[in-house]
Write a protein that binds this ligand. Structure first.
Ligand code: ITT
Length: 198
């Protein structure tokens, strides 16, 4: 198998929380990590896919085409079983401007179904462009359940309502290192790190 060892990698996300977590996982590799801050002129591609993997591919290919850089993108989100997997790929755009409003929407939708909590998971699909135009892809998943009302102020997004039983805390009550050790993004990016280190 041909080993692929880029010296520079574009972390193609507009989400500062993702950037921080990804830097924490890939930061010790001998690779310069560029971000979209280095390419402020680029338009955001439309995430038209119906799966996390499809949207990760769309982002990786679009930013690679726009920059000529070896590019890693990921698409992630929260799947709530009692809501048939919602908000899923729509997690970033889900009903409500703020996360406080999004959490209230989730509580209301659960109540409409006679529930106060639900099993849930975060999913992360990662895609990296390869020099021959193909993509290297992987995924990560973390299982937990909803915690309403929200708890904790670390992390980002839905972390305050995602309870992780093994830690007996929400992801927003963890340090970045504790979260990365178990999270969907931690799993996917550690697989990428292993691939880049072999
Ligand atoms: P990019 O597309 O630019 O990467 P984004 O935030 O729009 O940024 P996504 O389309 O992949 O990214 O949406 C992911 C959303 O899923 C994110 O905005 C959060 O609402 C949620 N999410 C994903 N991972 C999360 C995590 O680790 N903790 C909390 N919420 C998370």
């Amino acid at each position: 198998m041909t080993v692929f060892r880029p010296t520079r990698l574009l972390i193609a996300t507009t989400n500062a929380g993702k950037v921080r977590e990804i830097r924490g996982i890939l930061g010790d590799l001998p690779i310069t990590l560029a971000t979209l801050a280095d390419h402020a002129e680029l338009p955001e591609p439309e995430e038209t896919g119906s799966t996390f993997a499809a949207n990760a591919r769309i982002k990786a290919l679009a930013y690679a085409a726009g920059t000529g850089e070896v590019t890693v993108a990921e698409d992630s989100g929260l799947e709530i079983d009692a809501l048939d997997g919602e908000p899923g790929v729509r997690s970033a755009r889900f009903n409500g401007e703020s996360y406080v409003e999004k959490f209230a929407t989730i509580a209301r939708l659960l109540a409409e179904r006679g529930a106060t909590t639900s099993t849930a998971r975060f999913v992360c699909a990662l895609a990296m462009t390869l020099p021959d135009g193909r993509l290297w892809e992987t995924t990560g998943t973390v299982e937990g359940r909803l915690q309403l009302p929200a708890r904790g102020d670390a992390g980002f997004g839905y972390d305050p309502i995602f309870y992780y039983p093994d830690y007996d805390r929400t992801l927003a009550e963890l340090t970045d290192q504790e979260k990365a050790a178990v999270s969907h993004r931690g799993q996917a990016f550690r697989r990428l790190r292993d691939y880049l280190s072999q």
